[in-house]
Design a protein around this ligand. Structure first.
Ligand code: F6P
Length: 358
């Protein structure tokens, strides 16, 4: 009997169930009745505290189109993994104990950056681990694409599309704040797809005067409205010079609920135009996976099962040039895939007249 467990960790996305279905279908296909698949409940929390359930094959049916995760998720910060819990429990030992108790052949982990640091730690601790790249942020190192990203791009783009019509009617400046604290992939893609005039991302610190110039240029050309796609982690040139600690202190004292409101106020003062801010927020992680995500989730799931069959552990399945490849966990953990300000995509966007505030 082969025994595997699935675990989903960190922020959810639309395509987690589709991916688990891909893994499970391929494992049942290979091992038939000689396989048990466990669901570790609520991410690493379930592994630490021994909360899991034996999954029935039928639980993986009908979930291709279902957002969220049927086994729950939670955020368990990597930096606290080596710290004892409030009852003195050694979390790493506890996770290893659950793995041993279940007599697992492999633990299959679906998650983003933080999740991969802990997955790498477990692999270094001797557990058989295979991972899959999940996040709407598309910021996992070693893969061109993460599942969840395209679905989120579609939702953020829809939000910008809806704002376009009302912005045009009223002749207002609209800011749509898109998810992404550290990286701007989602804002960049949704901004281009939604025809935003200004895109502000964490990788390219902005000068508010450049943003204002871009809006004034549009106004002088007779355009009655402007649309900004702003990443929640967008940062001014001035703030980018601060240390992490100084920035945190400044943000805590800020009267604005998020960077978009600060930018909105500055634009209002400098241009006299009417500003509105829209934040689609967690809707960007909700609903059904788009067709593209369903395809890559199914492919990644099948590829993860293939690694398991070959007993090739300690890898994430990634996508490069549309081929699925194994990437060593040690190469993935602790790195972020950021937008390069020098990339051709940024140059092309600038060629379209999009302002990045730099
Ligand atoms: O990592 C995915 C993500 O949606 C980010 O884009 C966002 O900044 C963050 O999670 C929000 O986290 P939470 O769900 O904990 O509010």
């Amino acid at each position: 009997m082969k025994r595997f467990a699935l675990l989903t960790s960190g922020g959810d996305c639309q395509s987690l169930n589709a991916t688990m279905r891909g893994v499970a279908k391929s494992l049942y296909e290979e091992y038939g009745k000689d396989v048990e698949i466990y669901g570790i409940l609520e991410g690493y929390k379930g592994l630490i505290y021994g909360n899991y359930k034996l999954m029935k094959p039928k639980e993986f049916s009908g979930i291709l189109t279902e957002g969220g995760t049927i086994i729950g998720t939670s955020r368990q910060p990597f930096k606290l993994m080596r710290t004892l819990d409030e009852n003195g429990l050694d979390k790493v030992k506890a996770m290893k104990d659950t793995y041993k108790k279940l007599k697992l052949d492999c633990l299959v982990i679906l998650g983003g950056n933080g999740t991969h640091k802990t997955a790498n730690l477990l692999s270094q601790e001797g557990l058989n681990v295979v991972t899959l790249p999940k996040t709407i942020d598309n910021d996992i190192y070693g893969t061109d694409m993460t599942f969840g990203f395209q679905s989120a791009v579609n939702i953020a783009t829809d939000a910008i599309d809806c704002i376009h019509t009302t912005a045009a009617s009223h002749g207002r400046v609209f800011i749509v704040e898109v998810m992404g604290h550290k990286v701007g992939w989602l804002t960049l893609h949704a901004g281009i797809a939604g025809g935003a005039d200004i895109i502000l991302i964490p990788e390219i610190p902005y000068d508010i005067n450049s943003v204002v110039d871009a809006i004034n240029k549009r106004t002088n050309a007779g355009k009655r409205f402007s649309i900004l796609a702003v990443a929640e982690g967008a940062i001014s040139k001035e703030d980018a010079k601060l240390s992490k600690k100084e920035l945190k202190a400044k943000q805590e004292k800020s009267p604005f609920p998020s960077v978009s409101y600060k930018i909105g106020k500055e634009i209002e003062e400098k241009t006299g135009q009417e500003i509105r801010v829209t934040i689609p927020g967690h809707t960007q992680r909700g609903g059904s996976p788009c067709a593209y995500d369903r395809v890559i989730s199914s492919r990644l799931g099948a590829a993860a099962a293939e690694l398991i069959k070959k007993k090739q552990y300690g890898y994430m399945v990634g996508i490069r040039n549309n081929e699925i490849i194994p990437v060593p966990l040690a190469d993935v953990a602790g790195k972020l895939k950021m937008v390069s300000p020098e990339s051709s995509m940024i140059k092309e966007a600038k060629g379209l007249g999009i302002c990045f505030g730099d």
